[in-house]
Design a protein around this ligand. Structure first.
Ligand code: BES
Ligand code: ZN
Length: 611
C-alpha cells in the first residue's frame, strides 16, 4: 500500500466500508447541510484517532457509536484541504467497526459544487446544483477518507425544494414529501457496489427523463431531453458490446445526465448515472465515443480503480483502450486505428504544451505537492493508450491483448491497483512471452518525460485524405488558393474534418488569406459540431483573424468544458492585441464559472486570485 499524496486519510490504519448520507440542499445560502455516518473498519492493532479529509467544511459535531467525540481541524493545505482529526472516546482493535457520525455544512465556494442561478439554466425558472468530485473534491461535499484506495457502498436521502428533482450516482430508492417541511421532497438512493469517494455525485434541478433502453434513461432539463434521447440512442448497443468485451455490467442501470453548459468535462463516469456535457449534442451521434468511454469506466476505473492519482493512467489508458475496442466492433478496425493515430497527435500536443522535460508528462508522475487538477492532461489517456496498443502489437494483436485486459479486470475488480501490480499481472499473464516483455523499455514508458520511446504503427486509410488536404493548405501560396473548393471536404466525415483541423493546428499558423479562403469555400463558421468549431476558432485566432476573437471568447464562456474553454482563452491571450480582452472577458464571467474551471483559467491567463 503506497501513501496517497493527495489525501490526509490513511488507508493503512482504517477503511470506510459504508456511508449513510442525509443532505439538505439550500439554494438561498448555497450550502448543503448534512450528516454522514461512516462505517469504518479498523486495520491497526490499536486505534483511537480517525483522520478524515475536508475542504471548506464547517464541522458542527461528531459522534462515535452514539457518543460525543472530540475533534480538531488541522492547518489548511492549499489543495488537500483541512484534515479533521477525530479522537474516539474508546480504543478499538483490528477488525472492529465503528460508526462515526459527522454533522456539517458545506461552503458556497466548495470546489465540488457549482450552484447555478435560474438565468444560467435552459429553463430559466429554477436554480440548479451539480457536483464534480473527481479527483480530490469530494471532501468539499462530504467529510470522508477521500482516497481512491478506499471503497465503500452508500445510501443517501436528499431533501430539495419540491419543484426540483435530485439524482445521484446510485440506484433510485423512492421519494416522499419531506416530513420536516411540506415544501420539500426527500429523494433516496442506494449504491450497493463498493466504490471510491470520487464517484459520489449529486445533481438537483428541474430534471426530466426519458427511457431510451432496457436499463437506460436520459436525464436533463426538459429543453434537452429529446435531443439527448436521439444523440445517445446507441447506448444499449455500446453497453452490450462492452459486456461482451469486459464481462457483466454490475451497476444495474446506466443512465445519462446532460448537464448545463458549464459542466467542466466531456463526460464523467458517475456509477449508474454518467454526467455529460451538452456539447456532445451534435445532432448526428458523431461524438458518442465519449459515451463509449464513460461506459467503459464501468469496468476500468469504477470496478478496477487507480490506487492514487499517480496511477491515473490505469483508469484512463485502459478506458480509452476499451472505448476504441467498442469503436472497433461498431465501426471497424480502420476506424480504431484512425482514432488511435489521432490520440498520438493529442499526446504530442500535450507534451508540447507542458514541455518535453516536464515531469507531469510521465505516464506515472509524482504528485507529491502537485494539485491533481494541475496535472490533468491527455498524457495519462494517450501515453497510457499508446503503451497498451504497443503491447498489443508486440503480444499478438487485439484479440489476444483484450484477453489480458478482461482477465486484469476480473483479477482486480472491486479493488484499487498500482502500476506495479498491473505490471506484475501482465508478466504473469504473458509468462510465455517473457523475452518480448523484457525488451520493453519500462522506465522510459513510465518514469521518463516526453514522447514514448517507441511509436506504434497505425493504418492510415482513413487519415490519408486528412493528411493530404492539410498538406495542400500548408504548402499553398496565395496565388494557388483558387484550387480549393467545397468538394474538398464533401466526402470527409466529421471525424475526418476534426482530424484535418487538428493536423493544421500542429503546423505553422496559416496566413490570414488562407483561413479567409477556407471559410469562403468550406463555411466552417456554419458548423455547429463543438469539436469542429473549437479547432476552427483556434486556427483562425492563431492566423490573427480579428473577427474570430469575439466568437472564440463566446465559445469559451457560453460553454465551460475545460478541454475547449482553456485552450480558447489561451489562444486569444497569445494574440498580443487581444490579450487584455481575453483577461477582461474572463474577469467578467469568472463569478458565474465553475470553481475549478475559473481557478485553472486564472492560472493560464496569469490572473491572481483577488484581481
Ligand atoms: N473521468 C474523466 C473525467 C475527469 C478526469 C474528471 C479527471 C475529473 C478529473 C472522464 O472519464 C473523461 O475522461 N472524460 C473525457 C472523455 C474523453 C476522453 C472521451 C472528457 O471529459 O473529455
Ligand atoms: Zn475517462
Amino acid at each position: 500500500m503506497s501513501a496517497d499524496p493527495s489525501s490526509f486519510a490513511s488507508a493503512a490504519k482504517c477503511v470506510s466500508r459504508h456511508l449513510n448520507l442525509s443532505l439538505h440542499v439550500d439554494f438561498d445560502s448555497r450550502t448543503v447541510r448534512g450528516q454522514v455516518a461512516l462505517t469504518v473498519e479498523v486495520l491497526e492493532e490499536r486505534f483511537s484517532v480517525l483522520t478524515l479529509d475536508t475542504r471548506d467544511l464547517k464541522i458542527l459535531s461528531v459522534r462515535a457509536n452514539g457518543q460525543a467525540a472530540r475533534f480538531t481541524m488541522g492547518p489548511k493545505h492549499t489543495f488537500k484541504g483541512t484534515p479533521l482529526e477525530i479522537t474516539l472516546p474508546f480504543d478499538l482493535s483490528r477488525g472492529q467497526h465503528v460508526i462515526v457520525e459527522v454533522t456539517y455544512e458545506t461552503s458556497p465556494a466548495a470546489p465540488a459544487l457549482q450552484w447555478l442561478t435560474p438565468p444560467q439554466t435552459a429553463g430559466k425558472k429554477q436554480p440548479y446544483l451539480f457536483s464534480q468530485c473527481q479527483a480530490h473534491h469530494c471532501r468539499s461535499m462530504v467529510p470522508c477518507q477521500d482516497s481512491p484506495a478506499i471503497k465503500h457502498t452508500y445510501y443517501a436521502q436528499v431533501s430539495v425544494p419540491k419543484d426540483l428533482v435530485a439524482a445521484m450516482s446510485a440506484l433510485r430508492d423512492g421519494q416522499d414529501v419531506d416530513p420536516h417541511d411540506g415544501g420539500r421532497m426527500v429523494y433516496r438512493f442506494r449504491q450497493n457496489v463498493a466504490m471510491p469517494s470520487y464517484l459520489i455525485a449529486l445533481v438537483v434541478g428541474a430534471l426530466e427523463s426519458r427511457q431510451i433502453g432496457p436499463r437506460t434513461r436520459v436525464w436533463s432539463e426538459a429543453e434537452y431531453v429529446d435531443r439527448a434521447a436521439f444523440e445517445f440512442s446507441e447506448t444499449e448497443t455500446m453497453l452490450k458490446t462492452a459486456e461482451d468485451l469486459a464481462g457483466p455490467y454490475v451497476w444495474g442501470h446506466y443512465d445519462i445526465l446532460v448537464l448545463p453548459p458549464s459542466f467542466p468535462y466531456g463526460g464523467m463516469e458517475n456509477p449508474c448515472l454518467t454526467f455529460a456535457t451538452p456539447t456532445l449534442l451534435a445532432g448526428d451521434k458523431s461524438l458518442s465515443n465519449v459515451i463509449a468511454h464513460e461506459i467503459s469506466h464501468s469496468w476500468t476505473g469504477n470496478l478496477v480503480t487507480n490506487e492514487t492519482w499517480e496511477h491515473f493512467w490505469l483508469n484512463e489508458g485502459h478506458t480509452v483502450y476499451l472505448e476504441r475496442m467498442i469503436g472497433r466492433r461498431l465501426e471497424g478496425e480502420q476506424f480504431r486505428q484512425f482514432k488511435a493515430m489521432g490520440g498520438w497527435k493529442d499526446l504530442q500536443d500535450s507534451v508540447s504544451t507542458f514541455g518535453p522535460k516536464n515531469p507531469l508528462t510521465n505516464l506515472v508522475p509524482s504528485l507529491q505537492d502537485v494539485d491533481p487538477d494541475d496535472a490533468f492532461s491527455s498524457v495519462p489517456y494517450e501515453k497510457g493508450f499508446a503503451l497498451l496498443y504497443h503491447l498489443e502489437e508486440l503480444l499478438g494483436g487485439p484479440e489476444v491483448f483484450m484477453g489480458f485486459v478482461k482477465s486484469y479486470i476480473q483479477m482486480f475488480a472491486y479493488r484499487s491497483v498500482t502500476t506495479g501490480q498491473w505490471k506484475d499481472f501482465l508478466f504473469a499473464y504473458f509468462k510465455d512471452k517473457m523475452e518480448v516483455l523484457n525488451k520493453v523499455d519500462w522506465n522510459a514508458w513510465m518514469f521518463t518525460p516526453g514522447m514514448p520511446p517507441v511509436k506504434p504503427h497505425y493504418d492510415t486509410t482513413l487519415a490519408d485524405a486528412c493528411i493530404a488536404l492539410c498538406r495542400r493548405w500548408s504548402q499553398a501560396k496565395d496565388q494557388d488558393l483558387s484550387s480549393f473548393t467545397a468538394s474538398d471536404v464533401k466526402t470527409l466525415s466529421s471525424h475526418q474534418l476534426i482530424e484535418f483541423l487538428s493536423l493544421l493546428l500542429q503546423e505553422e499558423a496559416l496566413p490570414l488569406s488562407h483561413v479567409k479562403k477556407m471559410q469562403e469555400v468550406y463555411d466552417l463558421n456554419g458548423r455547429m459540431n463543438s469539436e469542429v468549431r473549437f479547432r476552427w476558432l483556434r486556427l483562425c485566432v492563431r492566423s490573427r483573424c480579428e473577427e474570430a476573437v469575439p466568437a472564440a471568447l463566446r465559445m469559451a464562456t457560453e460553454q465551460g468544458r475545460m478541454k475547449f474553454t482553456r485552450p480558447l482563452f489561451r489562444e486569444v491571450f497569445n494574440f498580443e492585441k487581444y490579450r487584455e480582452e481575453a483577461v477582461r472577458v474572463f474577469l467578467a464571467h469568472r463569478a458565474a464559472m465553475h470553481p475549478v474551471t475559473s481557478g485553472l483559467v486564472a492560472k493560464d491567463l496569469k490572473v491572481s486570485a483577488d484581481q
